[in-house]
Design a protein around this ligand. Structure first.
Ligand SMILES: Cc1cc2nc3c(=O)[nH]c(=O)nc-3n(C[C@H](O)[C@H](O)[C@H](O)COP(=O)(O)OP(=O)(O)OC[C@H]3O[C@@H](n4cnc5c(N)ncnc54)[C@H](O)[C@@H]3O)c2cc1C
Length: 482
């Protein structure tokens, strides 16, 4: 085999070349054209229909932009080679982790999608840290870490997300009140910058790059490896489900619990009721290994109208929604999600007004509302409201049965609600189905925008990376594309 066709395959046939005039990948090398050899790889570059369709699909089923090739990297060098190749030929590149975006954020129209599932090795688990490839799912890391008595200090509610995908957005959960976001618990990253340099960065080395990439929506570099914090893990979780008749009773109890940090985990939900309304539920978790928590102390002053207490193994608690999410995913429902961060002082008004029109059908079954502590959220790319406390309001909508018009209506509602939240100093937790223009992103970043722009110029000057987020104008459209 020649070097050209050795390791790059196209559904059985080898991809040997790329035609920059048409942006087509070729299985034979045409004479006397401008075609160039495709990069030699340890993994594979595929262009079969099933792979392209998968790369044009995500959890939201609302946006479908088809790449022209999918890289399944066999090594970090493959990521470097493909990002450099994209720079040379004006192609865009997006990494797809677990594809749990809702609005095409991991897609690359006519470009190359890097499927990070083939870079999924857990390299090391030490008492205080783990070194993992970006394609590792948190579920796999949690399992391996718990085997030796440790765990990440904060986890997302659903563990079937990739490390790289969550570090690109932030990673919030019920333990963020004590530990900040996943990005705040990341010590070091190995990345491939948008211009194709493999760099190790941390708070002490290449800090600007490190801070740009954490919560950076894939705009500056591809994360290939991360070193993340681990802490001693408890054996058990005691979970308190406290019910309130009014949303303001819920938020008052949450503020009380947040202020003294009594729970290890603090979240809350708007739970649909039989009469087409909502009940308001505080979810508090207390971890233990031998002596169980003191129920009276934990419930003091919270005044719920209903109390449910359950003990379960810590792993079962962390992994509590995995199967439910898989079942929802199998239905392929449109998911016009909206996640916003609302200043504490505005939360009661924003949510009370929302509840005058929100139906359980609009909320799609799951709506989260919980406060967290701002001071622990330190990565500058993650935009959070001013003030010591803010609330996450997450409408995790699913349109069932699937209905395009209804999905459109809810996306339009997202725009309206986001505008209201912005008007009171709130921000977008960026995993949403929102039609954001580059101008909207400038507003989102506010005073940080010049730093965002300069990091783009420095690390991804040709705007190769992650076009699906829509943060920057697309200067990279392939010839022949609309
Ligand atoms: C059921 C469900 C529950 C969730 N729960 C939570 C939660 O509790 N807390 C929370 O914070 N979030 C939560 N999320 C949101 C989730 O964290 C984000 O959508 C996350 O980006 C998804 O990870 P992923 O691996 O699927 O990423 P993808 O959707 O594959 O990618 C997300 C973005 O990151 C980019 N990207 C992915 N990997 C890399 C990489 N290695 N290098 C550079 N860029 C990369 C992609 O191009 C894309 O722009 C939830 C999502 C779902 C569907």
């Amino acid at each position: 085999m020649t070097q050209l066709d050795r390791r790059t395959t196209l559904a059985g046939a080898a991809v040997v070349a790329f035609d920059p005039m048409t942006s087509q990948w070729l299985t034979s090398f045409p004479e006397n054209t401008g075609a160039v050899p495709s990069p030699p790889l340890d993994g594979e570059l595929v262009t079969d229909g099933a792979s392209l369709t998968e790369a044009a699909t995500d959890y939201g089923h609302l946006v479908h932009r088809r790449p022209r090739a999918v890289l399944r990297p066999g090594s970090v060098s493959d990521v470097v080679a493909v990002v450099r190749f994209a720079n040379e030929h004006g192609l865009t590149v997006a990494v797809r982790g677990q594809g749990h975006s809702t609005f095409g954020q991991a897609q690359a129209d006519c470009g190359i999608v890097i499927d990070s599932r083939t870079l999924a090795t857990i390299h090391e688990i030490a008492p205080d840290r783990a070194v993992v490839d970006a394609g590792v799912q948190w579920l796999d890391l949690v399992r391996a870490a718990l085997d030796v008595g440790v765990a990440p200090p904060v986890t997302t509610d659903y563990l079937g997300l990739s490390v790289g995908g969550t570090l690109c957005v932030g990673g919030i959960g019920g333990a963020s009140q004590h530990f900040g976001l996943l990005v705040d618990n990341t010590f070091e990253l190995e990345v491939v910058t948008g211009d194709g340099r493999l760099v190790t960065c941390s708070a002490d080395h290449e800090r600007e790059l490190f801070e740009a990439v954490l919560g950076g929506l894939g705009q500056f570099a591809v994360i290939v490896r991360a070193t993340v914090r681990l802490v001693p893990a408890p054996a058990m979780a005691r979970v308190y489900t406290l019910t309130y008749p009014q949303v303001t009773d819920l938020t008052a109890a949450q503020r009380t619990a947040l202020a003294d940090g009594r729970f290890d985990y603090l979240e809350g939900q708007l739970v649909p009721t039989d009469d087409d309304g909502f009940a308001f539920v505080l979810e508090g978790g207390a971890w233990f290994t031998s002596a169980p928590p003191d129920d009276d102390a934990l419930l003091a002053g919270l005044a719920p109208s209903g109390v449910d207490v359950a003990d379960l193994p810590y792993f079962e608690w962390l992994n509590r929604i995995y199967e439910t999410v898989e079942q929802i995913e199998a239905l392929r429902l449109p998911g016009p999600w909206l996640n916003v961060l609302v200043p504490n002082a505005a939360t009661d008004d924003v949510v009370s007004e929302l509840l005058t029109t929100l139906t359980p059908a609009d909320a799609g079954g799951v709506a989260l509302l919980y406060p967290t502590t701002r001071s622990l959220i330190t990565r500058p790319q993650v935009m959070v409201p001013e003030g010591p406390v803010f609330f996450l309001l997450a409408l995790l909508r699913a349109v069932s049965p699937p209905d395009d018009a209804e999905a459109e209506r809810l996306i339009a509602e997202n725009d309206v609600l986001y505008a209201k939240v912005r008007a009171v100093g709130g921000t977008n937790y960026p995993v949403n189905a929102l039609r954001l223009t580059p101008a909207d992103w400038r507003t989102h970043y506010g005073e940080r925008w010049p730093a965002v722009q300069s990091a783009k110029e420095r690390y991804d000057p040709r705007r190769v990376l992650t076009p699906g987020q829509g943060v920057f104008e697309d200067v990279n459209r392939a010839p022949g594309t609309p």
